[in-house]
Design a protein around this ligand. Sequence first.
Ligand SMILES: C[S@@+](CC[C@H](N)C(=O)[O-])C[C@H]1O[C@@H](n2cnc3c(N)ncnc32)[C@H](O)[C@@H]1O
Ligand SMILES: Nc1nc2[nH]cc(C(=O)O)c2c(=O)[nH]1
Ligand code: SF4
Ligand SMILES: [Mg+2]
Length: 218
Amino acid sequence: MKVNEIFFSIQGESGSIGLPTIFVRFTGCNLRCTYCDTKYSYFEGEPDTPEGVMDKVRSYGIKRVCLTGGEPLIQPREEMQQLLDLLGEDGYEVSIETDGSIDISRFRLHDKQRFILDMKVPSSAMSDKMNFENLKRIVPERDEIKFVVGNREDYEWSKDLIRQYNLDPGLGYQLIFSPIYGELTYQQLVEWLLEDRIDARFQVQLHKIVWDPNQRGV
Ligand SMILES: C[S@@+](CC[C@H](N)C(=O)[O-])C[C@H]1O[C@@H](n2cnc3c(N)ncnc32)[C@H](O)[C@@H]1O
Ligand SMILES: Nc1nc2[nH]cc(C(=O)O)c2c(=O)[nH]1
Ligand code: SF4
Ligand SMILES: [Mg+2]
């Protein structure tokens, strides 16, 4: 496996937002979202092993990890599964940020491990790469489905998907809406969500408020 960076910060996104978290950012992505804030992870990085990653993770003394990238699920499958197994054996809480294009059923999760499935909206220019079958593979109370939206068209696209796949929060589906940083105001997205009575979590990238938005490794 190839690792771009490992760092310790607060979780800036998703359901565990604000909690201290160790980030393992893998190198390489199969998509090229227009708005991607992590382009430096496409190629830069060093080879490592699941055991090597575990050693570094253990050194931080916190039992919460976020696997991200790049796209973590394009790393060699055996090695990624081995890392998930090692984290599971040690009782780590794990969130896996994934880009919606990779079959999430290729990986076996342990207790306290979950996917954050980002369904790429039209303005990402990647929505035709989505594997919509993933929406049937999601485990409602466990996983989260995320929409990172930049305009009204993205927002309508997301609502259509929620309707079409019956991603009803009443059935345990956990939905997140987040603005593309700098593209859509927080207020505009919040007002749309409230107006339409969408039972989803509004999320900002907390680390971009705490630190300079261009700072790496936070
Ligand atoms: C950098 S990606 C890595 C994981 C995976 N490739 C994915 O896209 O889910 C992690 C999260 O950051 C989000 N993200 C990237 N650039 C962003 C931006 N400019 N504004 C808001 N969210 C952004 C992505 O949409 C994704 O949910
Ligand atoms: N603090 C912080 N939280 C994050 N949550 C998801 C991130 C990511 O880049 O995937 C991220 C990140 O880059 N920084
Ligand atoms: S899938 Fe994730 S890492 Fe890849 S380009 Fe899109 S936001 Fe960036
Ligand atoms: Mg990030």
